[in-house]
Design a protein around this ligand. Structure first.
Ligand code: FAD
Length: 308
């Protein structure tokens, strides 16, 4: 990016731009090279202006939520990384309709943990399945994050989104196409939709029951998932009717290492960074796992983690 464009980017961004910044600290894997610039966005208007500016000058950009489902390459990203700041993380009760349903508007930058805590405090039920899923509301929508038989698409009423091509749009539930760990009509290239906020529908519930359910899920996670090593959660999607973890374990791959990357001995579908792993180590390990599982069981594992 030339000096003139750098100055223009600094004018458009509300927060100071971070130049040549390492992306590893922005991901739960703790892996990744530098990006040319990182901008923490605070409003839809600012985001709109930035996307226009990028389109006008052919600048590459990507979005990271809380970085808990992303593997960033060792060479990093040649372009601008956008993140959401605090102003896009609000939680607002929309209405209490007189029924047992309640509707809530949540900013995409809000962490799932903060939202769940808010639900527990208010006695609102519906999001318990997310207990222990890290990440932002926006990331959870895009990934259709889920656990224990629940997923984000169960509770989404509508989305407010923004794209380079169409600006701000409001999409109702029936316009949204979700399936297992994918929001299918997010779009791509200049029609890629960024989630600004989601309206979700919850139910009134017993505070103690909601709390107990969450605690139960958290406890099970504690027992089944690696505690120390950095990771991005389940690395592969579960094939229909089976579990990626079971297939990897059946191939005897628990504990297999490549460089600093390892198949977790605790949960085989977690590829972990034992300390100094590079993205290349993780890619190589991913190859070892997919090749071996396909040879042993004929199943082709597909990554759930997004690559940047
Ligand atoms: C220990 C651990 C446990 C986990 N357990 C689960 C689990 O049980 N179930 C599950 O489903 N997932 C799980 N995950 C994965 C991850 O936490 C979820 O997918 C989470 O919802 C990702 O949110 P994020 O903000 O971190 O997204 P990121 O990792 O930052 O981004 C993921 C993708 O979403 C895009 N994105 C993020 N925010 C937006 C936005 N506002 N608008 C448009 N695009 C956006 C990014 O560009 C990227 O393509 C786990 C991860 C970890 C580390």
């Amino acid at each position: 990016m030339n000096q003139q464009l750098k100055e223009r980017l600094e004018e458009l961004a509300e927060n100071p731009v971070e130049w040549d910044c390492n992306l590893a600290p922005f991901t739960s894997f703790g892996i990744g090279g530098p990006a040319d610039a990182i901008v923490q966005v605070e409003s839809p208007d600012e985001l709109g202006s930035l996307l226009e500016f990028f389109a006008e000058h052919g600048l590459a950009w990507r979005f990271i939520g809380k970085g808990t489902n992303i593997l960033v390459s060792d060479s990093g990203f040649s372009g601008v990384i956008l993140l959401f700041g605090k102003a896009l993380s609000s939680i607002a009760l929309l209405e209490e309709s007189g029924t047992d349903l309640i509707h809530v508007r949540v900013g995409a930058g809000c962490s799932l943990a903060r939202l769940l805590n808010w639900c527990v405090t208010g006695g609102y039920s519906g999001l318990e399945f997310s207990a222990g899923i890290p990440g932002s509301l926006g990331g959870a929508v895009v990934m259709n994050a889920g656990a224990w038989g629940g997923e984000m698409s169960d509770i989404i009423d509508s989305l407010c989104v923004l794209s380079q091509k169409s600006g701000i749009e409001y999409l109702d539930r029936d316009e949204l196409d979700f399936c297992y760990r994918v929001w299918k009509n997010q779009g791509n290239a200049n029609s890629k939709r960024l989630v600004l906020s989601a309206d979700i529908c919850l139910k009134h519930g017993q505070k103690t029951e909601i709390q107990q359910k969450c605690m139960g899920y958290l406890l099970q996670r504690k027992e089944k998932q690696p505690k120390i090593d950095k990771n991005a959660g389940s690395f592969f999607k579960n094939p229909k009717g089976d579990s990626a973890g079971r297939l990897i374990e059946a191939s005897g791959l628990k504990g297999t290492r490549y460089g600093g990357a390892m198949v977790s001995p605790v949960h085989a579908n977690f590829l972990v960074n034992t300390g100094e792993a590079t993205a290349n180590d993780v890619f190589k390990l991913m190859d070892i796992v997919t090749t071996r599982v396909e040879k042993d069981s004929g199943v082709q594992l597909l990554p759930e983690v997004h690559f940047l």
